[in-house]
Design a protein around this ligand. Structure first.
Ligand code: PAN
Ligand code: ZN
Length: 189
């Protein structure tokens, strides 16, 4: 009888701490000062310490960036908070290879996935633990935390998708998510 190898995967979902564990995991942190231009109210930006963490991303890249046929995996954690009445959110992007899709799923907390197509039609999907989101090709995507605790969202996307941040940096999304009378409201620009 030949005994074949059974090994442990190098990365663990970290279900108890909602944090990817393992040597290959890469960590990225976005401070308010890095991304402040994405928010509408620039006066409100000034009253928040620039070193405030808005979100963190942990990623596992089992193959090199640009490999066709591979997959990447990530966990995004968006902190609770607002700039004025606009919820803390990610920069948002289209994929550079714009026909590449992605799955997101809610793990902890609550929020809204803001989606926009190439005709600049924007809509939102509610995120909660267990919510599952298919982000089709040519759909820009951004996460916003509408709760009082961390919003943790899992993601899986093709290793040749890439990120196009420029389009959103220049033109933004066509709607923004504000808190109005205690509720999240998506308002067209
Ligand atoms: C996610 C995002 C992550 C951070 O892993 O990259 O939520 O958002 P930004 O990249 O917009 O700053 C993903 O969508 N990857 O494709
Ligand atoms: Zn993406």
């Amino acid at each position: 009888m030949t005994h074949l190898e059974i090994v442990k995967s190098p990365v663990d979902l970290g279900l108890t701490k909602f944090s990817l564990l393992g040597a290959p995991v890469q960590f990225q942190q976005r401070f308010l000062e890095d991304i402040c231009t994405i928010f509408r109210d620039q006066e409100a930006v000034k009253v928040i310490p620039p070193q405030t963490t808005v979100y963190e991303v942990q990623s596992w890249f089992p193959v090199s960036e640009g490999t066709s046929g591979g997959l990447f995996f990530g966990t995004s954690t968006i902190m609770p908070g607002k700039v004025g009445t606009e919820y803390f959110m990610t920069k948002g992007h289209f994929h550079a290879q714009s026909d590449r899709a992605e799955f997101y799923w809610g793990v902890q907390g609550k929020g809204v996935l803001i989606l926009m197509d190439r005709n600049r039609k924007t809509w939102g999907e509610e995120i909660y633990p267990g919510s599952l989101h298919y982000i089709g090709s040519n759909i820009a995507h951004r996460l916003a935390n509408t709760g009082n605790e961390n919003l943790v969202v899992g993601a899986c996307w093709p290793s040749d998708a890439g990120h196009d941040y420029d389009e959103i940096a220049v033109n933004g999304f066509s709607a923004r998510l504000f808190e109005i009378e205690g509720e999240p409201v998506l308002i067209a620009e």
